[in-house]
Design a protein around this ligand. Sequence first.
Ligand code: A3P
Ligand code: MG
Ligand code: MG
Ligand code: MG
Length: 311
Amino acid sequence: MASTVPLIVRLLASSVSVANRAGKIIRDVMSKGELGIVEKGKDDLQTEADRSAQRCIIASLSAQFPKLNIIGEEDNPDTEDEIPSDWIVIDTDKDILTIQCPSNLQGVKEEDIVVWVDPLDGTSEYTQGFLEHVTVLIGIAVNEKPVAGVIHQPYYKTLIGGQKNIGRTIWGLQEVGVGGFTPAPPPDSLVITTTRSHSNPMVEKALQVMNANQILRVGGAGYKVLQLLEGVASIYVFASGGCKKWDTCAPEAVLSAAGGKLTDIFGNYYKYGPSESRPNKTGVLAAVNNDLHSYALSRIPEELKNTLSKK
Ligand SMILES: Nc1ncnc2c1ncn2[C@@H]1O[C@H](COP(=O)(O)O)[C@@H](OP(=O)(O)O)[C@H]1O
Ligand SMILES: [Mg+2]
Ligand SMILES: [Mg+2]
Ligand SMILES: [Mg+2]
């Protein structure tokens, strides 16, 4: 029966299940307390949770979809080691399988897809105990464009009928919308969300010119886009290089499925083809609707754009 469901829908349904499993791995590493921190570069950490969650995601998706091109953030030096069998997830989210696939995506083949995986977004915050900022990001791009994505929050807590639940998974699919939560309208006053751990003078300059009522400094591209969708913030501004394609692919897909927009600070979309360079050199500008996005774009000074494009 499942084989009659279009590939994109099956891949999204599997990605939701896999992201949940990766989230459990992230919680397990933290509860054991041995983070195994490696410094990849300046302000750029990797932990055992980043490594293990990525192995779980890539092994699970490639077991089910062997011809997919999957690009993950982490280099795994120990990929020769056998993966624990309970990290290989072949379950799939049954509700998502019933979605009506948009007609332009019905014929998509594995070879046409690039999956951008950020196994743990917000690693700095993870190591410092800001656990609600952490997300698992699986972005699905077709013809260089993010068409579907999953943002899983392993530490999101809810109380349903007296029962405590941990973790939630938000997904988006082009022309279908978002699932896993109900988006809320933007706040009445201008609230900007931005980096907590990777600021610099350019980032601060772009924040100053926005005339915001409030600036929220939180970790992770995934979490900042969730703040936009939940009506906590109006615009996400990061006028600096540093984010990569795996940081923005899933957030862009989910945000655009909800009617929002994520671009660089020139207002140009990033491309997510297999040979695109990983860094998002010209920053991130995102909002839940076109008006807020246009407002933010109009405030960015030319001088700042010039400086960033020369980096
Ligand atoms: N200067 C920089 N160096 C390395 N990574 C950066 C960076 N600026 C942003 N990033 C990455 O972009 C993501 C969002 O950053 P921020 O939380 O600062 O907004 C994080 O992803 P990871 O946590 O997956 O590495 C972060 O590491
Ligand atoms: Mg990282
Ligand atoms: Mg990231
Ligand atoms: Mg990461």
